[in-house]
Design a protein around this ligand. Structure first.
Ligand SMILES: Nc1nc2c(c(=O)[nH]1)N[C@@H](CN(C=O)c1ccc(C(=O)N[C@@H](CCC(=O)O)C(=O)O)cc1)CN2
Length: 291
């Protein structure tokens, strides 16, 4: 069997074109959607992701501002920066690049971002709303996976989705979004005994465990859709996912590559969420004017 490769770069570009049109519309009404990106320290991967986020914003006419803080910034100084951004009229979305240095309380930082500007969808308010199926900003990576499935014509309802991984930013919300589309969801993780006995039941397998080439053919039911959320380096320092692509490709009906699969969708959905935030703010301002 040969599998269809889901091209996240292409699908992401298509979505970005429609987001760009919405940016143009906002600009006609005097609004430039603005994203503030807070980067703490010198983590090389984080620096690359942040640079890509800024470049992607600028490419579709959005405004982006980088707030670069030293590795030893205090918790209070970081919270002050976020409180300041919460008040700014020209900033519609705020994100704090993760991971943060160990001395910083990540949960407190995320909880300080105003829910109206939480375009990463990580704050307790956003997570609660997502769980309840209410209107909110969805976390960009799981949101991007849902878009990949939709654009690839993959039906989710009635399917058995198995998630490998239980992180707050990918695994947990991923299962929730699939559940909301009527999939039957099983969560597994690095400590699940006899993992293949679970993953082999998956019509849709989401690998988000953070281990290079961890998922092999023995984990896959023939014809399964395999979505690789991992971003790792192998023993030769080559970028790779959680799925051993060469081993699994023939068994899967559809598969995402790394790079070029889920990764580009994460930034695409960040653009979508930020434009949504600017649109909501405009509507709110109009409603207040008419009161
Ligand atoms: N505040 C956040 N922090 C982090 C998030 C997040 O969504 N919000 N996710 C990850 C990192 N990340 C975005 O921040 C991210 C990772 C990877 C990619 C991507 O496009 N990957 C490319 C390969 C890039 C490369 O060559 O290294 C791909 O897979 O094709 C985008 C965004 C953790 N932190």
């Amino acid at each position: 069997m040969s599998s269809a490769i889901i091209n996240g770069k292409e699908i992401g570009q298509e979505i970005r074109k429609s987001v760009e049109k919405r940016v143009e519309k906002l600009k006609e009404q005097g609004i430039i959607p603005g994203l503030a990106v807070v980067l703490v320290g010198e983590n090389p991967a984080s620096k690359t992701y942040v640079a890509n986020k800024q470049k992607s914003c600028e490419a579709i006419g959005m405004f982006s501002e980088l707030i670069k803080l030293p590795e030893d910034v205090t918790q209070e100084a970081l919270l002050d920066q976020i409180r300041g951004l919460n008040e700014r009229e020209d900033i519609h979305g705020i994100l704090v690049q993760l991971p943060l240095p160990k001395h910083i309380d990540e949960e407190a930082v995320i909880a300080t971002i105003s829910p109206e500007k939480d375009v990463d969808g990580f704050s307790p308010v956003s997570v609660g709303k997502m769980m309840l199926g209410q209107d909110t900003y969805l976390p960009c990576t799981p949101f991007g996976v849902m878009k990949l499935l939709e654009h690839s014509g993959i039906e989710v309802a009635g399917k058995h989705a198995v998630i490998v991984g239980r992180s707050h930013i990918v695994g947990k919300p991923m299962g929730q979004l699939l559940l909301q589309k009527d999939a039957t969801v099983t969560y597994t993780h690095s400590k699940t005994p006899d993992l293949p006995s679970f993953t082999k039941q998956a019509d849709i397998l989401i690998a988000a465990v953070g281990r290079a080439n961890f998922i092999t053919k023995e984990h896959i039911k023939p014809g399964a859709v395999v979505i690789d959320v991992g971003i790792n380096r192998d023993e030769n320092n080559k970028l790779c996912g959680d799925v051993d692509f060469a081993d699994v490709a023939d068994a899967a009906s559809h598969i995402t590559p790394v790079p070029g699969g889920v990764g580009p969708m994460t930034i695409t959905m960040l653009l979508e969420n930020t434009v949504q935030a600017a649109e909501k703010k405009l509507e709110q301002d109009k409603a207040e004017k008419n009161m």
